[in-house]
Write a protein that binds this ligand. Sequence first.
Ligand SMILES: Cc1cc2nc3c(=O)[nH]c(=O)nc-3n(C[C@H](O)[C@H](O)[C@H](O)COP(=O)(O)OP(=O)(O)OC[C@H]3O[C@@H](n4cnc5c(N)ncnc54)[C@H](O)[C@@H]3O)c2cc1C
Length: 478
Amino acid sequence: MGSRLSSRSRSGRALVWLRRDLRLRDHPALHAAYSSAAEVIPVFCIDRRLLGGRHGSGPRTQFMLECLGDLQRALAARGGGLAVLDGAPERRLPELARRLGAREVHASADVSAYARRSEERVRRALRAEGVDLVLHPGLFVVDDPAAIQSGAGRPYTVFTPYYRSWLKASRRSVLPTPRALARIPARVGQRVPELADLGLRQALQGAPTGGEQAARRLLARFLSGAVEGYAESRNLLAASGTSALSPYLHFGCISARELEHALPPGDGGSELRRQLCWRDFYAQVLRCFPRNARSEHQARYRGTLRYSRARRTFDAWRQGQTGYPVVDAAMRQLLREGWMHNRARLIVGSFLTKDLGIDWRWGERWFMQMLLDGDQASNNGNWQWIASVGVDPAPAARRIYNPALQQERYDPDGVYVRRYVPELARVPDEHLAQPWLMPLALQQECGCVIGRDYPAPIVDHRQARREALRRYGEVPRG
Ligand SMILES: Cc1cc2nc3c(=O)[nH]c(=O)nc-3n(C[C@H](O)[C@H](O)[C@H](O)COP(=O)(O)OP(=O)(O)OC[C@H]3O[C@@H](n4cnc5c(N)ncnc54)[C@H](O)[C@@H]3O)c2cc1C
């Protein structure tokens, strides 16, 4: 459905400053600009400070460039275009607004400290030109995840009560796609750079394609198939039972609100809605507790928890060479595809922080480098959750997963493990979770001698569990 507004009721030019809302459909900022101005110019600024920092990522930037290319084609098909400017938005947006005589800039409000500071810098710079910055919802299911507060007027730090209030919060209508947009003046740059132009490289072999079109295809497939069984199969590692929409949601190729609206009634739809609430929940956590970006939410763990600094075991984890098949399969999936199943993220997160005793921030950073869906709020929130130092607290013992048991439960036929760890292809099912227990003759027979063809486990899980409980137990209660 498209929206056709009378051009007589609209006047002037407006810019839409795009960041991680790279779509046309259900875009409140674009819709508002289109409703008030006669000419709307969407703009993306390549902010190099974001590309090289601690969260910089070649794979995710490549995905983003594909999203921009896709958006540009979609805009061109509607007679418009996408201005692509190289530089800080607080410099480039006021320049462009002045050159084009734009009176308003519309954008989707974001939650991270960096994004919010950037909004403030842009607002001030625009004001000096007499131009208004108007912020809109659009990144989350609810308009403002941080507006959902406890009865005492405080942010929620436990998921379930947040979820209950979130379900009751009002929702905006899903918005149509503007049909016709203004041409971009010829002198405004529109070239989407190549990844190499930005000094980055693609490290993945099998990454999905970015963009709204690809997101819509994936969504249609999910809604006509897996959503029905989602509640039962979302934890099965090999089943393709989840939407795989996370990179598209991160870059806003599809709106979380539209996804929620499209969910069918029934257990599958309800369970997926709950997962979308986790996304909003962590956004509100980062918005209300910005220092969580660097330190533990639970004050008693700040600077008190002993961490291992063993680079060798950290590298074995990163490269999928720990000797625990399900951990290695998951870490190799990340290396190959830039994505990992949620259950696998929990298993490798528990393994890194509990079995290896390594600082959760090391894992968080590696995920940010590799994940196409790398999202500061969701990544930080989930890493703190699995490290037992964040919001939604539970005793450390409840979040130490036994990798062998997890594998038997969530990859019972070994399809996932064998897909990513070919050395184990001929290991019989009954030995696949702990291949080091195979008699040597069997190891030789199935071409997988432990220590030669596949690593011996780098830690003993039972011992590591005891050591983890000791480390957490040493921290004085707050
Ligand atoms: C250690 C760790 C790090 C993570 N880092 C990220 C990250 O950087 N970016 C990210 O988007 N997700 C992250 N997650 C959450 C989750 O693993 C992914 O969102 C999910 O695996 C994406 O696959 P999907 O799209 O098929 O999910 P689906 O099961 O289809 O769920 C639909 C959507 O709900 C949201 N969602 C689902 N689970 C969660 C969750 N636990 N927290 C927040 N949102 C959720 C996602 O947007 C997801 O795309 C992390 C989880 C863990 C345990």
